[in-house]
Ligand binder design. Structure first.
Ligand code: FAD
Length: 411
């Protein structure tokens, strides 16, 4: 088709950046515009709760590419600009500043936002969330003068932040409504290993504790649970998950259901609109075809590559193996595949000797592998899941079993 208006990407984060980069790598020559409501150039979020929070990298170190890259690749970045409406009939996007951008194809890469904590006191000074560089800057600044931290939510970001606090010698309590950390994301066995490691580093946990309020006169002084316990804290980090940014799509009449609904090609109901990254819900062969919404760098990057390939004449379904990592102090957790739900978990290795992996099976099929400080298994697991090879659970549990040779054997 005639490419005159080019490709507009709403959201200049991990997925939006990758879409632009992969379009150019794929030979696309039309205009490419990234619209992002945050200031500055696209950056990676993972270090925000890790190296950046520890002071080991700065804002420049987070940038996905230096400024010159965008000019060299003719990728226009409209930063600090919010897209407020999509006119699908006339194929144009309205911006908050009043401009309109026409498109041949529109890619929604709007990401997700933090789920708010719906309790009294959640808006007090001293209560923080962590999603953006601005959030991280604010947190890192106050963290220097803080004695006690309460983290609400034992998810990835809460645990990563708790590990940073422990490393800095700050007293930290993690408050979680369920009975273990990472209950949505990892097997109970892996959760227990992670909890034990944090506890050994001095992190306190309060499980089965629903937050009733954040108390304090003019600023946060503690977290009160529904069963009447109080955790004193001069800083509260709320990490209770995210919500997909789907409002723009919804207002434009596109189907949404915990994410912007897309097909196996990452296309919405409108053949001129795709959606990728945290905001999109796609059918996955790794979930027996069910729609999943993933929150990971891998999903942002591989989804963008898939759409860019389609837009440059090489259409293919999105089938990449999901993978994820989380660094929590001395712990390097890596997950390949979609482990949840599973009905059998088999352990390989030992926490104190070369790390542990948990191999998760649904029925007789390997669906995912969680590796703690055992990077070799993670790489092998990605290959196994890519090729659909399932090792016998009994073999996996046997330290003498050569997993690598099994994964690499000719079909
Ligand atoms: P985002 O990167 O969130 O980008 C979306 C952008 O779109 C945002 O800038 C948003 O403000 C903007 N936007 C939204 N609506 C509009 C609009 N209407 N107009 C203009 N702009 C708009 N993943 C891992 O795999 N490993 C990790 O260790 C890891 N650590 C993380 C640590 C932190 C602190 C956070 C917050 C996330 C972490 N993640 C990690 C998750 C990973 O960063 C996300 O999955 C990834 O950034 C998703 O990319 P995205 O482009 O879909 O969304």
């Amino acid at each position: 088709s005639l490419r005159m208006n080019g490709i507009v990407v709403v959201g200049a984060g991990q997925a939006g950046f990758q879409l632009g980069a992969s379009l150019r790598e794929g030979g696309y020559r039309g205009p490419v515009t990234l619209v992002g409501d945050e200031p500055g150039l696209p950056y990676g979020r993972p270090p925000l709760s890790k190296a950046y929070m520890l002071g080991k990298t700065d804002a420049a170190g987070l940038a996905l590419r230096p400024e010159a890259y965008y000019a060299e690749h003719a990728i226009a970045v409209r930063a600090g600009t919010r897209a407020v409406a999509i006119d699908r009939r006339d194929r144009r996007v309205g911006l908050a500043c009043g401009d309109t951008l026409p498109y041949d194809h529109l890619v929604l890469a709007t990401g997700s936002r933090n789920r708010p904590l719906p309790v009294p006191g959640a808006d007090l000074p001293g209560v923080h969330q962590l999603r953006t560089l601005a959030d991280a800057e604010a947190l890192r600044t106050v963290l220097a003068g803080v004695a006690a931290v309460a983290v609400v939510g034992a998810g990835f970001i809460g645990l990563e932040f708790a590990a940073v606090c422990a490393q800095k010698g700050i007293a930290v309590t993690v408050i979680e409504g369920l009975d273990r950390p990472l209950s949505r994301s990892v097997s109970p066995g892996m959760a227990a290993l992670i909890e034990a490691s944090h506890a050994a580093a001095g992190v306190r946990f309060l499980f089965g504790a629903a937050v009733a309020a954040i108390e304090g006169e003019g600023r946060a002084a503690g977290v009160v649970t529904r069963d009447g316990r109080t955790v004193p804290a001069d800083l509260v980090l709320v990490g209770i998950g995210v919500l997909p940014n789907q409002d723009l799509a919804e207002a434009a009449g596109l189907p949404v259901a915990n994410g912007i609904a897309v097909d196996a090609m990452l296309l919405t109901d409108d053949p001129a609109v795709s959606a990728i990254g945290d905001c999109a819900a796609h059918p996955s062969p790794h979930a027996e075809g069910a729609r999943v919404r993933l929150e990971s760098v891998q999903n942002a990057v591989d989804g963008a590559r898939c759409v860019a390939a389609r837009l440059t004449g090489r259409p293919a379904a999105y089938t990449a193996v999901p993978w994820f990592w989380s660094d929590q102090g001395p712990l390097k957790l890596q997950i390949a595949g979609l482990c949840m739900p599973h009905d059998r978990a088999v352990r390989r290795g030992a926490a104190d000797a070369g790390g542990v992996s948990v191999f998760c099976y649904r029925g007789d099929r390997l669906v995912g592998v969680e590796s703690l400080n055992r990077a070799g298994d993670h790489m092998i697991a990605r290959r196994l899941l890519q090729t659909g090879l399932t090792p016998e659970p009994e073999a996996v549990a046997d330290p003498a079993f050569d997993l690598k040779a099994f994964a690499l054997r000719p079909a």
